[in-house]
Design a binder for this molecule. Structure first.
Ligand SMILES: C[S@@+](CC[C@H](N)C(=O)[O-])C[C@H]1O[C@@H](n2cnc3c(N)ncnc32)[C@H](O)[C@@H]1O
Length: 234
């Protein structure tokens, strides 16, 4: 199993993001890091093992990660800050129509290149021991979008709300002052019966220390009310 990311060069990322930039403009810093060929600072080279595990344990009809809605359509899943798109491809291989969003054009091109190879010949890392149900072996579609999670210009191309959003090392990549907006965006992008799934990292890091990654311990609980207030307006 892959070890969790360490962000050994987090100082490099911190400098690239923060120099002369307000938190709302950190996206340009991420693009700069991609363009400098430094995505290996966070890239683990495969889908999240914990996501594979939870999806495969709850894929039967009526369960949370069943890839089909009651009307028979494939469920739509978004992975914001998808990087090279490992989780996007894995979710498509488990039956979802999967969308990856990244602010970096270089990142999106890398994700498209990865997906076109991986969907032809998926590696074992996409599956776990519970992947024994043939019903789900017809993959959904994969689409990568270049755009800013906090802006809406990419939404038309994505075609509507999502049944599932998966966040892995995206929330921790955002400045803590962006978390309220993150919660509001998540709530507005999800269908009213949608499911937000977050693999939180890092939980151990003091929240007052600089990032990224910024410490996340307790962040989701604190943002739950922001999400609810958007849901109530739906
Ligand atoms: C730490 S990396 C994680 C990538 C991927 N989730 C993974 O695990 O390999 C954070 C990613 O978020 C992207 N990103 C940062 N800010 C963004 C924004 N506002 N909108 C969309 N993507 C963003 C970066 O370009 C980068 O690919």
């Amino acid at each position: 199993m892959a070890s969790p990311p360490t962000f050994t060069a987090d100082i490099y990322i911190y400098i690239s993001l923060s120099l002369h930039r307000a938190p709302e403009a950190h996206g340009a810093g991420w693009s700069k890091i991609w363009d400098a060929g430094k995505s290996d600072l966070w890239d683990r080279g495969q889908a999240s093992p914990a996501l594979v595990d939870i999806v495969e344990k709850h894929q039967r009809p009526g369960e949370l990660f069943h890839p089909f809605a009651a009307d028979g359509r494939r469920k739509r899943v978004l992975v914001p800050g998808c990087g090279r798109g490992y989780d996007v491809v894995m979710l498509a291989l488990h039956g979802f129509d999967a969308y990856g969003l990244d602010i970096s054009a270089t990142g999106v091109a890398a994700a498209e290149a990865f997906a076109s190879k991986e969907l032809q010949n998926p590696s074992a890392a996409n599956f776990g021991p519970n992947h024994d149900n043939k019903e789900f072996q017809s993959p959904g579609n994969v689409k990568f979008l270049e755009g800013n999670f906090f802006a809406s210009e990419w939404e038309n191309e994505a075609g509507g709300e999502f049944d599932l959003v998966y966040d892995y090392t995206f929330l921790c990549a955002l400045h803590p002052t962006m978390r309220k907006n993150w919660a509001a965006r998540m709530a507005s992008l999800l269908d009213k019966d949608g499911l937000l799934t977050c693999l939180e990292f890092p939980m151990y890091k003091d929240r007052t220390l600089p990032g990224p990654p910024w410490g996340l311990n307790g962040a989701l609980e604190r943002r739950a009310t922001d999400m609810l207030s958007v849901y109530q307006r739906k």
